[in-house]
Design a protein around this ligand. Sequence first.
Ligand code: ADP
Ligand code: MG
Length: 518
Amino acid sequence: MREQFTELSASEFFYRHKDLAGFTNPTRAIYGTVRELVENSLDAAEVHGILLKLHLKVSRLNGEKPAEGHEEKLHVHIEDNAGGIPREKIPTAFGRVLVSSKYKLRQTRGLFGLGGKMALIYGQSTTHEPFTIRSGTGKRSPIVEYVMMVDIEKNVPCILKRRRLQNPSGWRGTVIDLTTRGDWAHAKQKIIEYLTNTAIAAPYVTITFEDPDGTQCKFEPATTTMPKPPKETRPHPAGLDVEGIKRLATSTKATNLLAFLCSQFQRIGPVTAKKLLQFAGINPRKDPHKLAREELLQLSNAMNSFPDFKAPDPSCLSPIGAEQLEAGIKKQLKPAFVTAITRKPSSYSGFPFTVEAGLAYGGELPPNVSGKIPVVRFANKIPLLFDEGSDVARKAIDEVNWKLYRIDPTMSIVAVTSIVSTRIPFRSAGKEMVADRPEVERELLNSIRECARQLGRYLSRHQRMAYDKRRLDVFQKYLPKLAEFSTRLSGKSKVPNIDPLLKAVTRYQEEESSEEES
Ligand code: ADP
Ligand code: MG
């Protein structure tokens, strides 16, 4: 018998392997749907420096609540005021897997040109209903509305209806309506947690949310300052393999290797280029288009082992920022104390990354009965809520010796970690856990330790103040009695004035608390 060979389109592949994109079961499917759509709105707002206003509504289509643990037919409606999508791009952006505006060297939440489409394909394949995309890009452009499906076998958009609407107010944004199946009862808490954490990492967004049970939440912004948007950069020489170098060498306009290296890569100027070519043993005047296979390999090996490159340019990153992170934590978790830091940019294998961390204590936070400090994780500002056990952040927190900072992990503490990079070392396409690259782990450890130091200081100051308060209480209670008793004992009639003594101790107390506030 002869074997049959067939080819799968990209959408057919992901339709067959939904779990690769995190759509593993009905709970994860509705969670993934919300997450991917929210992420797209956040990306589209941030790239244009727009303060995002997002409305998300999930409703039940059959009207009736299913028995606990059963999946049901749901309608998802999401509306944003972000940049919108040029009308001619809508069909492929939503109807063709592996089409994206984000295949650039710049930090974004989306990576693969997959997430939003995966949500639409999942909905379509579980309900056989089309989805609707409406978008406007502002003044002088109409609003367009597409009712579409994806031809999954061919990976092409299938437009069922298209219409243009007047746009007299210059509306800009995107509205998506889709029907899908999911286990709302189990996903609900995770989705609320996801939105809360999104509001921590992006404290400038406004999110309103309505769910099928009538729950309504509004996440108000804690600030109107947005972090600087990331800039697109050229590749760092240490981050490319021989295939990547070959592609650049084939398409460059440069006619010699010296000019090629200086124009196509970041961190290479004429001096470094000369040194690198000497290191590689290749003639600087050689035409990059005429490099032989061995020479390409020679150049690639030299690039990967050259010791004198400067670290990758971090302007393609946009970390949350310590102040923003503190503002987000304060607003959403309401602790008594919060500290956060942003580390200096660092790199692994030619990819820049920045690590941030925060520690929140007391206030409305519950104690950690289990003794394990909970961690709110972010990667490129995306909250990660699943698979914590295999994430580098969990590993780093468990490695910290909290006793050194006089911190008891059973106290009401929450740790927050954030990694931003042009290439987050995710363990899977579901983007839920970050691998323990030693460079990333080291930065995480250092940032958490720095926060622990700050929290430790705060706690010991408070212990000192509590001790002084107890001492003052004792003074206030017994000093008048002591004065009276000693007066009687010494046969005198006038009780000495103890006010100056009490005042002195109180003044010390006041100084302590004002130092605390500053
Ligand atoms: P990815 O986010 O990985 O690029 P998606 O399938 O999620 O892949 O989205 C495809 C493209 O559609 C995005 O790259 C973006 O250009 C566009 N897009 C999706 N949602 C929105 C939105 N709400 N506003 C503007 N553009 C969007
Ligand atoms: Mg996306």
